[in-house]
Design a protein around this ligand. Structure first.
Ligand SMILES: Cc1cc2nc3c(=O)[nH]c(=O)nc-3n(C[C@H](O)[C@H](O)[C@H](O)COP(=O)(O)O)c2cc1C
Ligand code: SF4
Length: 451
């Protein structure tokens, strides 16, 4: 199915939802989006979240580079109340790109500068009462590691579907428990450094089938981190327990795959039903985990699903696929409805936990109206915008100050930023930030043809 965004008015998109039996609501009253929120004693000035989006523009040591600073200053000027900083590796071999940022003792001072400048820029723009809540996502890319620009999967379990995705077979080695314990140490170390650098919170990334996300489903792994539910969730829980002990003031968040969306033996949030059938949602384990994480101190949950390396349309509904990618197999609004429903299920189970909803960018100028409706109805607490923030970093400000977005500045869900990632390039919005990224795209495309 190849449905492209083609709505001029809110009525047009509402009508399409109705015709396709899609349950997404919109509100013209946007006032709820400007309401502040307290998380563990810290104030989030409004309900807009910039979702984590890697730019792959670190310097050679993994410290934030010039374009990284540019990106976060733009976000700060855009007024979102919560900035969820991009996936930051806890060790060099766990990066997906040689220019992914890394947090370690050598780079900590640059991160400190980055947080300081982000907060100062926001206060300079909106006054002392507006300081964005800053979360750092810390990660290990596991199966999708490409730290030197070439695939070097670091897997925790063999899986018939995901082994094919990264081109390995059963003879390929699996990380041992001892190696995992070393990675755990690096997560805890990175969290402590994030606290020193001035972040309000840290997100122990558990989505998109990267290392921790893969462990959550690792039924076919033996030893203390695989097999039973208790074993599969042990790695994440141990990290969180240690962060609580070693950096007690640091607020803890998790971006969690609520649904892996693949019917395979090592999937998470999936009904392990009949082989070969489409994956069905089963939230028994994700709900159990979030309950246990809350008991360990989890203070904010960001939601996502699937992995961009396999069923990318589920993570980020699009109009055009990446090169050699596949056309949207469903109406993109269906995908957005799914993401909203996953967040809603978690929010209803945990009414007091701030839950971030995902999947807003395809909605272009109507994303604000959907966010307002979702938050008003208690479907989630905060609304997360990913590609829209690349394209239109001032979207939150325009929604709060003008009550609308300029369609000409919105993300077109063209997948070019994802294409840049696939080519191993730095990335940003090729369409709306073209002065910078159109040339980057041209060059990366030429390099890829000569490979
Ligand atoms: C270029 C690019 C980089 C991304 N980087 C991250 C990341 O660092 N961490 C993460 O959890 N998700 C990442 N994502 C996923 C987004 O945060 C978001 O979940 C997804 O794009 C769907 O939201 P949207 O429709 O608002 O774009 C990335 C997506 C894109 C397109
Ligand atoms: S390149 Fe820009 S317009 Fe295209 S999907 Fe990415 S952010 Fe959106």
């Amino acid at each position: 199915m190849s449905v492209k965004f083609n709505y001029k008015t809110l009525e047009d998109i509402k009508k399409d939802c109705l015709q396709n039996n899609i349950n997404i609501s919109f509100s013209e009253d946007l006032s709820v989006l400007s309401k502040n929120l307290e998380i563990n004693g810290r104030m989030v000035p409004n309900r807009f979240v910039i979702q984590p989006m890697e730019g792959f523009d670190s310097n050679d040591h993994g410290a934030p580079g010039e374009l990284t600073f540019r990106r976060y200053k733009r976000y700060a000027r855009g007024g979102a109340g919560l900035i969820w900083f991009e996936a930051t590796a806890v060790q060099a071999d766990g990066r997906t790109n040689p220019h992914q940022v890394i947090l370690n003792k050598k780079t900590e001072s640059s991160f400190s500068e980055l947080v300081k400048i982000t907060k100062e820029t926001a206060r300079g723009e909106f006054g002392d009462n507006h300081e964005p809540f800053c979360v750092l996502q810390i990660t290990h890319s596991g199966r999708f590691s490409q730290s030197d620009g070439f695939r070097k999967p670091l897997i925790v379990v063999h899986d018939p579907v995901f082994d094919k995705v990264v081109g390995i077979d059963e003879s390929y080695s699996v990380l041992t428990d001892k190696e995992l314990n070393q990675i755990q140490n690096n997560f805890v170390e990175a969290a402590k450094l994030a606290y020193i650098a001035g972040f309000d919170a840290v997100d122990v990334k558990s989505c998109h089938k990267y290392l921790i996300s893969e462990l959550l489903g690792a039924r076919n792994r033996s030893g203390k981190y695989g097999g039973s539910y208790e074993n599969r969730t042990r790695f994440l829980k141990e990290i969180i327990e240690r962060i609580r002990e070693e950096a007690p003031e640091l607020i803890i968040g998790v971006r969690l795959n609520i649904f892996d969306a693949v019917n395979t033996e090592n999937s998470w949030g999936v009904n392990q039903g009949v082989k070969g059938e489409a994956a069905k949602v089963d939230l028994t384990e994700p709900k159990r985990l979030v309950k246990e994480l809350q008991e360990l101190g989890l203070a904010i949950l960001n939601t996502s699903a699937s992995t961009p390396y396999y069923h990318s349309h589920i993570t980020r509904p699009y109009n055009q696929p990446v090169n050699k990618g596949y056309e949207q197999p469903e109406h993109p609004l269906k995908g957005i409805e799914r993401l909203f429903m996953l967040a809603e299920d978690m929010q209803q189970e945990f009414p007091k936990l701030p839950v971030v909803g995902s999947g807003y960018s395809w909605l272009k100028q109507f994303g604000g109206a959907a966010a307002a409706a979702n938050i008003m109805a208690g479907r989630h607490t905060l609304a997360g915008f990913g590609r829209q923030a690349f394209a239109y970093p001032y979207f939150a400000r325009d929604l709060m100050e003008k009550g609308k977005l300029d369609p000409k500045k919105c993300c077109t869900a063209c997948s070019k930023c994802s294409q840049l990632m696939i080519w191993g390039s730095k990335t940003g919005c090729v369409v709306r930030d073209a002065d910078l990224y159109a040339n980057v795209y041209k060059e990366a495309s030429a390099v890829s043809k000569n490979r």
